[in-house]
Design a protein around this ligand. Sequence first.
Ligand code: AMP
Ligand code: MG
Length: 423
Amino acid sequence: MTTVRVITQPSCADASDASSLSVRQARQAIHGALRPIDSVEQVPLRAALGRVLGSDCISPVDVPGHTNSAMDGYALSGSDLPADGVREYRVTATALAGQTIAERCGNGQCVRIMTGAPMPPGTDTVVMQEQAEVLDDGRVRIDARHSAGQNVRQAGEDIAAGSLVFEAGRFLRAADLGVLASLGFAELCVRTKPRVAFFSTGDELRSIGEPLAEGEIYDSNRYSLHAMLTEMPVDIIDLGVVRDDPDALQQAFSQAAALADVVVTSGGVSVGEADYTKQVLEGLGDMSFWTLAMKPGRPLTFGRIGTAMFFGLPGNPVAVMLTFHQFVRPALRCLASGHWPQPLIVEARSRVALNKRPGRVEFVRGILEYDAEGRLTVGPSGAQGSGILTSMSRANCYIVLAEECAGVADGELVRVEPFSTLL
Ligand code: AMP
Ligand code: MG
């Protein structure tokens, strides 16, 4: 396995660390270690939403299937349009969507036509009804502003029969299902979902519904992790909370690795006294214990237990979500599809000055919005401590401050990674 092995003692000190691994190096190491899923299954079209196409999709038909009108109006031959002045035409028939007309339209004739109706024989042009004058005797007067071929959708102009519609590995979205339905696909071949097992570690953690003793907290990471996994094409296995006890941890890691393709845990990867995770993991598989040049979320364990990939995320609730977004989510997408996704980055004006120390990437939870002049602006979503999860709830983006950045002035352009492309 091509992991970058950097073993250091992570600490909460802010200073950048010469032995730390950059975000880019960590992504490369993870990417290099991935073995994308290649098994496939058949599912009904509707169940394919959010799944990954398992084979290339070739169109069996033309879309549209017949040359048809893009407008309500009058169909005629383009060669019969007036070069100047006006010309009058006799209306010989009405063409409706879903019907065909056998009779040929000759010179001096036109056909009343509705949007989507196949073009009658002898016609190749549509004059929209708003631009045609209907005379008292029922004939139609058309002037010289029109061009041959206008307002007609050609058969196969969207998709030609035999052409490649979607490549294997594509994540299927709502519009894709519409396209595939227009081609008549009732079922699709999709990749099998990776199985992801996850659990939380920590003696202080209680599950919701249990009473909290002094010093105990509810396990929130399992809920944010579950929610983030739910948005992905994966099968989820929730293994609960595991105590800071070497035997319990060993058993949980082994069980998770036997059940899943990917194991994700939170907590226990820093050097706190009760953090036995490292010691146990070293005995179980090929592991790298990284200190990342990023804030928040410095410690991250990555490796393999048996055939399963392993991500040991930090315990702090914000760091869990950030490291999931930056490393686990792209890795899962790559595992599912074979492609490592590139995040959409936009530029926005910072509404405030931001302090920043060079030497690490900082991900500031931000609020991206338009100002009164319609420019994109961004500012922090509140206190940025890595335990302050409300800063993540309020945020709709990360402000990504590069390693070399030494601070941002009020009004300066910064790079922003929106959580969703629909703001
Ligand atoms: P650790 O990495 O285990 O040292 O945890 C770092 C911090 O995150 C501690 O304050 C933990 O109490 C907290 N923490 C760890 N796991 C969870 C969890 N599942 N839910 C909420 N907070 C957690
Ligand atoms: Mg812990």
